[in-house]
Design a binder for this molecule. Sequence first.
Ligand code: C5P
Length: 223
Amino acid sequence: MGVPALIVAAGSGQRLGAGGPKALVELAGRPLYAWSVDAFREATHIDRIFVAVPPGRSGQFTEPGITTVEGGETRSHSVAKGLAAITAEGDPGLVVVHDAARPLVSPALIDAAVIGLDSDPGLHALIAATPVTDTVKRLGEEGVVAETLDRSQLVAVKTPQVFRVEILRRALESGDLAAATDDAALVEAAGGSVGVIESPSGNIKVTVPGDLELAAYFLERSR
Ligand code: C5P
């Protein structure tokens, strides 16, 4: 089985403060997004890699074998544009969406997520997530704690996320793309059933400068 992957890399990287797109920031000698491309190339069940890039920047995304697509205003707009490019070639059944900002994703996790969704007809999506180890509280007015959540029922959501193409397409058409922080939330809002697959906690997202140092350390260690 081979399914297409969409790596979303069209973010501005404002919080990283690198003065340019986060996906192009150097990590261990290569652009950040290239590490994710490597993992998807190595995964057995991926047959094509699309990368959503910041408008006007496709010339800077030079990893071999990728197809670039201009991204949109928000992450989910970028996913919608990438999905349109993928489905222009026909409906592949499943699609894997991944953040370029997670350079430590492993080929094993990608393959396990694809197989997991393909073999469970009751699910519309299967997403990587990690059990929450901190206690999480919801704040009410003026920053005062309103509620302590039951940690045993919480997971922190990551990528890769694998979707049945048809439900993701419908969820993107009907959902609030500006408000969504992950695409699985749009599928849930559209009535879809979303399962989770455990992700290693090392599958971190590079958001602030300290994350780059941490990711470089993990990459060196895994070499
Ligand atoms: O901003 P954040 O780190 O949550 O972004 C997650 C991923 O979504 C990043 O890889 C980023 O490049 C991507 N993104 C995108 N298009 C946007 C905003 C974010 O592809 N408009």
